[in-house]
Design a protein around this ligand. Structure first.
Ligand SMILES: *[C@@H]1O[C@H](CO)[C@@H](O)[C@H](O)[C@H]1NC(C)=O
Ligand SMILES: *[C@@H]1O[C@H](CO)[C@@H](O)[C@H](O)[C@H]1NC(C)=O
Ligand SMILES: *[C@@H]1O[C@H](CO)[C@@H](O)[C@H](O)[C@H]1NC(C)=O
Length: 339
C-alpha cells in the first residue's frame, strides 16, 4: 500500500518541483524583471492622527527576498530603517516603532501602514525589494494636509537661529515647514515679507505681489536668502501644522495673561498655541473679530471673511497684535480643548 502511494505521488511531485525550480530560476535570472508595481500616485495625502497606507505591491514573489521600508531624511543622509520583512516575519526599527506595520492584505502586499500619523512622519519613504540579485525600490511621499504660518520671536524680528526656529515651531504645536509646504501655502495666498527658516535649513520668504521693501520687483515666488549659517544667522521661522483633534474657542475678556491661562483651565481646556489657532482657522473656519491671548503671550484673532471693522485687511488670515504687556487687561482668550 505504501509503495503504491509513493509510485502515484512521486512522478507528479518531481515534475512539479522541476517546473517550480525552472520558473524560479527564470525569475531570478531574467534581468529587468520588475518585481514592484509602479504606484499610481507617488504622493499619499493624510492628516495628523489618521492611519495611512503607503502602497507597495509585488508583481510576483521572488523565492528569497526581503522588503525593506525606510524613510529618506532630507537633512541626514543616513538610512532610517522602519521595518524589514521576509514575507513571514518582520522586524521594526526606529522611532516609528509601535506605529508602523506591514499591511499584508494578500501574499503580494508589502504596503506599510502608519497609525496615528504625526507631523514628523511627513516626507519621502522607500520600499525596497532585496533579493540579492537586483535590488529594486520605489519611493513615495507622505504629505499632510496642513497650514504654514510665519512665526516671530517675542523679542522681535529675526531672533532665531535654525535650532531655535525648530524649537519655536514645536512649542506652537507645529514643525518647521518644508520648502514644498511653503510653496503650497504660497499658491494658497501666503505673501510674507520677512524671511524664515525652513526644515531643510534654507531661509526663504513667499511673495505674491512684488514690492520695493520686499526684494523689489523680482518675479513673484519663493525668494531665497541663499546658504546660511544655522547657528550664527538669525531669522524668523515658517512653521507647519496639521488639522487637530479638538476644539478651539474664544472666551470674552477683558483679562490679563494670567487670568487667560486660568480661564481656560477652569473650562477643562488649555490656552491655545499659535498652531492650534491657525489649524482652527484653516480647517474649522474659525472667524472671530476679538483679539485673544495665546500660550506664547501673543494676542491674535482669526478672520475668514475680511471686513472693515475687523482689522480692515483685504484677505483672510490670522491677525496679530504682537506680544502685548502681560498685565494689560484688554483681550479675551482662545482656549484649546483636545478630545
Ligand atoms: C488606526 O488604527 C488603529 C489600530 O490599527 C485603530 O485602533 C484606530 O482606531 C485607527 N485610527 C483611525 C483614526 O482610524
Ligand atoms: C497619537 O499621537 C499623539 C501625539 O503623539 C498622542 O498624544 C496620542 O495619544 C496618540 N494616540 C494614539 C491612539 O495612539
Ligand atoms: C492679572 O490680574 C490678577 C487679578 O485679577 C492679578 O492677581 C495678577 O497679578 C495679574 N497678572 C498679571 C500678569 O498682571
Amino acid at each position: 500500500m505504501k509503495g503504491l502511494v509513493l509510485l502515484l505521488l512521486l512522478p507528479f511531485s518531481i515534475e512539479e518541483a522541476a517546473v517550480y525550480r525552472s520558473a524560479n530560476r527564470n525569475q531570478d535570472h531574467t534581468p529587468g524583471t520588475h518585481y514592484l508595481l509602479d504606484p499610481i500616485h507617488n504622493v499619499v495625502q493624510s492628516t495628523r492622527g489618521a492611519n495611512v497606507t503607503l502602497p507597495c505591491i509585488l508583481r510576483q514573489r521572488p523565492r528569497n527576498y526581503k522588503v525593506k521600508w525606510s524613510k529618506i531624511n532630507p537633512i541626514d543622509p543616513m538610512e532610517n530603517l522602519i521595518i524589514i520583512t521576509n514575507g513571514k516575519y518582520h522586524k521594526n526599527y526606529d522611532k516609528l516603532k509601535g506605529r508602523a506595520r506591514m499591511r499584508r492584505s494578500h501574499r503580494l502586499d508589502a504596503s506599510l501602514v502608519i497609525t496615528n500619523v504625526t507631523l514628523e512622519d511627513e516626507g519621502r519613504y522607500k520600499c525596497e525589494l532585496v533579493n540579492g540579485l537586483e535590488d529594486q525600490s520605489l519611493t513615495l511621499s507622505l504629505e499632510l494636509e496642513g497650514v504654514v504660518f510665519p512665526y516671530q520671536s517675542r523679542e522681535g524680528r529675526y531672533r532665531f537661529n535654525y535650532i531655535e526656529a525648530r524649537q519655536a515651531c514645536e512649542e506652537q504645536d507645529g514643525r518647521l515647514a518644508t520648502y514644498s509646504q511653503l510653496y503650497q501655502e504660497w499658491t494658497d495666498g501666503l505673501d510674507w515679507c520677512n524671511a524664515g527658516w525652513l526644515l531643510e535649513g534654507g531661509v526663504h520668504y513667499p511673495i505674491i505681489v512684488p514690492r520695493d521693501p520686499c526684494g523689489g520687483d523680482l518675479p513673484p515666488g519663493i525668494r531665497s536668502y541663499g546658504p546660511r549659517d544655522q547657528l550664527k544667522d538669525k531669522f524668523d521661522a515658517f512653521c507647519f501644522t496639521s488639522a487637530l483633534k479638538g476644539r478651539v474657542f474664544f472666551v470674552n475678556g477683558p483679562m490679563n495673561y494670567t487670568e487667560a491661562l486660568n480661564t481656560c483651565l477652569a473650562l477643562k481646556a488649555q490656552i491655545a498655541k499659535v498652531g492650534h489657532l491657525y489649524a482652527a482657522w484653516r480647517f474649522f473656519g474659525l472667524d472671530h473679530c476679538d483679539g485673544g491671548w495665546l500660550a506664547d503671550t501673543s494676542v491674535r484673532f482669526p478672520i475668514i471673511d475680511p471686513r472693515e471693522k475687523c482689522g480692515g485687511l483685504p484677505d483672510p488670515g490670522v491677525r496679530s497684535f504682537g506680544f502685548p504687556n502681560q498685565k494689560e487687561r484688554l483681550y479675551g482668550v482662545y482656549c484649546y480643548a483636545p478630545v
